[in-house]
Design a protein around this ligand. Structure first.
Ligand SMILES: [Zn+2]
Length: 211
């Protein structure tokens, strides 16, 4: 038993070091890069409208990637003493993330469903914070979806977890074919939701609002 507990915390440690990047943001380095982008565009970084732009952009990028410097596991703390064992669904958590292929935002909604085990549930605000911590990183929508599902599954040890994200990618909607309302839908399904098609269908119907 002792050995298992030790092994588990080691795994958690490893997960943390892979998933979080504690090195601080170098705002000046980002600002230098933004100045080079402006020069590359043929702009004059010293004209009055652009003088503060590199600093502003650096601060914006720091904020939009703040989740890199947070430990997502801190949000997965089960509430004690609850006997709830029915499916929990939290819909329409707003997310704003950054596509790592274009450094352009993608925004949308995250829906989280889980079936608690032995009464372990999570406050709704914690679910939202978990989604936010993973959103505020350079991401791919697919990885964002599985990161949230895997962390919830590992930390809450529920019977099943399902995460669905619907998002519009500005790298897609603002350029190329300009499909302004195109949405990408991704899902991650773990545990009981994976093995039981009926439960999965029930959750999906509740999430999408279709019977
Ligand atoms: Zn992109």
């Amino acid at each position: 038993m002792e050995t298992m507990a030790t092994k588990f915390s080691e795994e958690n440690q490893n997960m943390k070091s892979v998933e979080s990047n504690p090195s601080p943001v170098d705002l000046e380095l980002i600002a230098q890069g933004v100045r080079m982008i402006l020069e590359g565009l043929g702009e004059d970084p010293e004209r009055p409208g652009l003088q503060e732009t590199p600093r502003r952009v650096a601060e914006m990028y720091a904020e939009l990637t703040s989740g890199l410097r947070e430990d997502p596991n801190q949000h997965v703390v089960p509430l004690p003493g609850d006997k709830h064992d029915e499916m929990v669904i939290v819909k329409d958590i707003s997310i704003a993330s950054m596509c790592e292929h274009h450094l352009a935002p993608f925004v949308g909604k995250c829906h989280i469903a889980y079936i608690p085990k032995e009464g372990r549930i999570l406050g709704i605000s914690k679910l939202a914070r978990l989604a936010e911590t993973f959103s505020r990183r350079l991401q791919l929508q697919e990885r964002l979806t599985t990161d949230i599902a895997n962390t919830l599954f590992a930390g809450l040890k529920p019977i099943g977890v399902m995460v669905v994200i619907e998002a519009a990618h500005t790298c897609m909607t603002l350029r190329g074919v300009r499909k302004a309302d195109a949405k990408t839908v991704t899902s991650a399904v773990l545990g009981g939701f994976r093995t039981d098609p009926r439960t999965r269908a029930e959750a999906m119907a509740l999430i999408t609002g279709r019977e």
